[in-house]
Design a protein around this ligand. Structure first.
Ligand code: FES
Length: 156
């Protein structure tokens, strides 16, 4: 768990670096997420006080942008393309197979934090779908055998 003191120190340092600039909330949030891997709930009042904002304002930005996480990312992240071409090439069946093999639902992560399954919308590889990113590595033409490989990879 990230300690409040560590967050305070980083917020102080980053606000100092960004001092005088306008609209520093978003850059500050990105920098904190890069540093800690997520932005825990107890960081919200610290950020709000440092920037003279309300907690609701900080929370509103955090909840609006889906890139911000309130807990550490899963160890492995499988992003399955849910856009039209991949759907037409059997993406729904692949999603069901991945969900079953990985023990997660789309948009969720396993209880042990080992793997998350997330939707993504077009990787620009439409002609060779269904496609996915497995820990940021592109995989194309995903079929049942590829689902087995992905499941074995994330279990390692
Ligand atoms: S629709 Fe899946 S890569 Fe374009």
């Amino acid at each position: 768990m990230v300690e409040a003191a560590d967050i305070e120190a980083s917020v102080d340092r980053l606000v100092g670096v960004m001092a005088g600039k306008r609209g520093i909330l978003l850059p500050l949030l990105h920098a904190l997420q890069e540093e800690f891997g997520h932005i825990p709930a107890h960081a919200v009042p610290i950020i709000a006080e440092a920037l003279n904002l309300s907690r609701a304002e900080v929370h509103g930005v955090l909840s609006f942008y889906h890139d911000f996480r309130d807990r550490p990312a899963a160890r492995h992240v499988v992003k399955l393309c849910r856009a039209e071409s991949c759907q037409a090439r059997g993406g729904s069946a692949i999603e069901a197979a991945l969900a079953e093999r990985l023990g997660v639902t789309m948009g969720g992560e396993s209880v042990d934090g080992q793997v998350a399954l997330e939707p993504i919308y077009c990787l620009g590889l439409c002609a060779i779908g269904p496609n996915a990113l497995v820990d940021d590595r592109p995989m194309a033409r995903i079929d049942a055998a590829a689902v087995d490989r992905i499941a074995a990879e994330v279990a390692a």
